[in-house]
Design a protein around this ligand. Structure first.
Ligand SMILES: [Zn+2]
Ligand SMILES: [Zn+2]
Length: 349
């Protein structure tokens, strides 16, 4: 049964975790289910321009107490158990949904494979994160549970929290941030890398965590969706914990092991596809052409029914069809005028 935690206990937990490496801290979190830790893995995508506009935020939540229990009450910290109990979510930002990267890195906002995406307003990012940090759905859980924020890269998480105006130093139950980039530096993993940073794509490939593509070969594109990245970051973290190692026995060849790993990630896609999101904020359906919420997507938008027009293009004397294609605040030309960036960086749609 989870224990109730006052401020003093939370501070003690934070001190214990502070004294540990990222990998040991995660191990502690997983080995103390009675403390009811909630792990929240976060990743984000931005459009490549000097303004770094946020286009997506991916979140995967795992309440440690919900992991499959062993007979002695400890939890199975295997990847299978993670797969079954984690909640992957992806949030697309309404205001920036028309902005795409297509140079070097290609945006893949519709490529979330672990559930349904939700559309939220830019100013709801903070509300969504705060809601996930503050509540737990586990029936036996105390009102406040200690939260560990997980990301691949410390700077990216820091910048996102600053951007969302969330100051975790003021939230006493956020007891630690953990980063898979740091965990991967631990000598028992990838020793040939030394202290060099590993990027998330390499870590996922190293762990055979890239799902098998059924309808198209999975290229790098797959990993440019923040929801996929947050889910796979959580699985990579799990794979670096002792219990998860050699889970298929040591008799397997590398190829056989690889196939089993891929199958596991595929099963995650299947098992979570129908999961409902853990928040009611935002909309499942949203049109980035006419801003209608809850009715249709851009490709279903009927111009005669949903007329839009751009004042900026009108002033520039553009052709009427161009003016009627988009709303002024979706105008990529206006965006470029405010924030100069390479024309090729954005699809003008
Ligand atoms: Zn529309
Ligand atoms: Zn325009």
């Amino acid at each position: 049964m989870p224990v109730n935690l006052d401020g003093e206990t939370l501070a003690k937990i934070a001190d214990i975790l502070d004294a540990k490496s990222d990998l040991d801290a995660l191990s502690y979190v997983l080995k103390n289910p009675q403390l009811n830790f909630r792990i929240i893995s976060i990743d984000s995508e931005h459009v490549q321009s000097d303004t770094l506009k946020l286009t997506e935020i991916g979140v995967t939540v795992l309440d440690v107490a919900t992991l499959q229990p062993h007979q002695d009450g400890s939890r199975q910290t295997t990847i299978e158990s993670f797969v079954e109990h984690m909640y992957p979510m992806n949030f697309l930002i309404c205001e920036n949904g028309h902005l795409f990267n297509n140079v070097v890195i290609e945006s893949d906002p519709q490529g979330f494979r672990f559930g349904w995406s939700r559309w939220i307003a830019r100013n709801e990012v903070s509300t969504v994160l705060t809601e996930l940090i503050n509540k737990t759905d586990h029936p036996d859980a105390p009102e406040v549970c200690p939260v560990v924020l997980l990301s691949h890269d410390a700077d990216k998480l820091h910048d996102l929290l600053v951007d969302a105006e969330i100051d975790i130093s003021n939230i006493s139950h956020v007891v630690r941030t953990l980063h898979t980039e740091e965990m991967a530096k631990s000598p028992q993993h990838y020793p040939w890398r030394g202290s060099r940073d590993i990027d998330l794509t390499s870590l996922i490939l190293e762990n055979d965590m890239k799902p098998l593509g059924k309808e198209k070969p999975m290229g790098e594109d797959y990993l440019h969706n923040s929801g996929n990245n947050a889910a796979l970051t959580m699985l990579c973290a799990a794979s670096m914990i002792d219990d998860c190692k050699d889970r298929f026995g040591s008799d397997l060849t590398r190829t056989e092991e690889r196939e089993l790993n891929h199958g596991l990630v595929d099963s995650l896609i299947l098992s979570t596809f129908n999961n409902k999101a853990m928040t009611k904020i935002g909309h499942d359906v949203y049109c980035i052409r006419c801003n209608a919420a809850g009715d249709h997507f851009e490709h279903e938008c009927i111009p005669e029914q949903n007329p839009v027009s751009c004042e900026h293009c009108k002033k520039r004397g553009e052709r009427p069809e161009t003016i009627g294609n988009h709303d002024t605040h979706r105008c990529l030309r206006l965006y470029q005028d405010i924030s100069p960036f390479e024309e090729d960086d954005c699809d003008d749609r």
